[in-house]
Design a binder for this molecule. Sequence first.
Ligand code: SF4
Length: 479
Amino acid sequence: MKTVCALLTFQPFDSSRVLAGRTLESWLTEALERSLPGVARHSLGPFGSASELIAALEALSQGYDELVIVGADCPFLRSDVLSEMLVLHREYRADFTFADGYPVGLTCEILRPAILSILSAWAAERSGPVERETLFELLSVDINRFDVETQLSPIDLRVRRLNLTAGVRRDFVLLERYAGDVALGTEAFLQRIEATQERSRTLPATLHVQITDGVLQVPVWSPLPQFVPDALERRGMLSRQRWNDLLDRALAWAGDLTVLPSFWGEPSLHPEVGGLLSDALGKPGLKLCVETSGLGWRQVDLASLAAQAAGRIDWVVELDSDLAETYKAMRGEGFDEAHSFVRRLLPLFPGHVWPQTVRMNTNEEEMEGFHKHWKEEAGRVIIQKHNDFGGRLPRAKPSDLSPWKRHPCWHLARDLSVFLDGTVVVCRDDFARTQPLGNAWTENPAVLWERGTPLWRQHVNEQWPEVCRNCDEWYTFHF
Ligand code: SF4
């Protein structure tokens, strides 16, 4: 059996970086030498497209019977799991073998190089960035066509969504927290991970920033009237200097972030919104997600933002309905302008425009049509579950999709939210500021984040503070 190994990189990273006294490269080399002694290893990537990925794998695996694929940023690769996967792959003469239920970074993928020519055609039709899941997503186009084997984790940790990889800083922190446990056998290591959930809140991924406290509409699903009754008249604005200062400090600390400038306000109301978004796009490592009613954007130069964005800005346009009558009942005036805005965005930001509806009893019958229409026209759509904000709004969701067992909230693990006056809370749902973490204009982001740790511990111990008790947003997350 002739085997070759590809070490894939998905984003630039430094393999000479030191983790617990050793370079990342030496961690990985040791694991590979134990499980694949004498097998040639080649570094590939990052890739600009899925086609590039498949072409590189095809070129590398010419003349080989099997291709083992590992992430170059996975210092905790388990050599015993890799060896078991090779046995499985060979015994069942599989086309593709993957692992399920493990944290990302502990396992590999193995494929028969002959299937790459099939994937090549599918890759040509796939747009968007190349990520760790891209290969599996390509196979999933018609997975029944292949003989696929699965290595199941003895402990199913899927729900934890853990990344034991070195690609971004928040995951590197997790590696540091577990470096002392890696010497355990795989099952004991997984048990340790399962028993130490308090370690998994590392650094935030999502930063909500209120750039204005005014809105142009108050949808029926919004709790705004409860805490800003005059939101339609308000026009408080965040200064450009504060915006840049906050983003620079947060980015320097967290390493990468997705920023949502729509925190309890309509971003288009900010007179400098184009400049704010452009400033943010000028900061490497930062992505934007703009949630908007789609109203008020006529004067903004979207074309120059598109030229600058290179896939780093997503637009979520709250439409709620494709029917003018329902739209008016749920949101008020603006049906034509909001729908035109989506059509203005689509050619400028292909693959990054998400028409959204909040699924409620009111529009339930329209869901299928809304989904079908925007899937066809925009390629993507968001059907958002109704949020009753822990009982502060009447319950209006037609069905309950929450997992049967409650886990610590994703927003607590991944978000920071900043009001116009600098007050920081963990999530959008704490609009009453019951759990303030401090002030973003006077304190440093690391200190503010650290103040969320006791709250996180409470969640890990299944103790829910008042604001969280009846909230059902804990299983949703942004980025
Ligand atoms: S449970 Fe709800 S209120 Fe509590 S942190 Fe999560 S989103 Fe916020």
